[in-house]
Design a protein around this ligand. Sequence first.
Ligand code: G3D
Ligand code: MG
Length: 179
Amino acid sequence: MQPENEYSYLFKVVVVGDGGVGKTSITMRFSQGIFRESYKMTIGVDFAVKTIEVDTPFGRRLVKYQVWDQSGQERFAHIRPLYYRGAIGSLCVYDVTNYESFEHLPSWIEEVEQYCGDIPMILVGNKRDLPRSVPLEDALEFAIKRNLLYFETSAKTGENVNEVFADLARLIILSRSQV
Ligand code: G3D
Ligand code: MG
């Protein structure tokens, strides 16, 4: 049974960040609720699909997500436009155990802006279950400077993964309701 005011959205979102930060793991954890130690086969230009319910200021909404998980292949220039085309939200992921992946965030943000313009984005520090090498203060300072929501996740334990996608959906819905 569904509430009367329920309405479905279809949201294409992209997950970007350095290789190894956990983009595929987050996508799989969200869409299938599983974590595997090895995802050697990254899914090319495929995407994962998942429908969730989100509470918004306008009531509960059904959101069908198409999550495009960037693989090495998509780094090739000719595939990039296809990857980004039509995306209306993004997760910019780094690995809290890998400072370099944190330092590369600005170039990922720039790439998203270049292809998608100013779309809602959430900053994600993944591998929260491991000892960190990026201080929380550095991450928060960066997030505040860029005016981005910040979450720390573990694709391994599942911590905060669903929350990130629920908040991203809310951001997208809110940004589209402001004319
Ligand atoms: P990518 O898609 O961004 O390239 P992957 O990253 O999802 O392929 O993950 C890279 C490696 O990090 C994988 O290990 C994966 O199991 C591991 N990983 C991803 N997320 C987490 C996490 O939250 N916690 C921990 N502990 N490990 C994580 P392998 O060994 O397959 O390279
Ligand atoms: Mg991958």
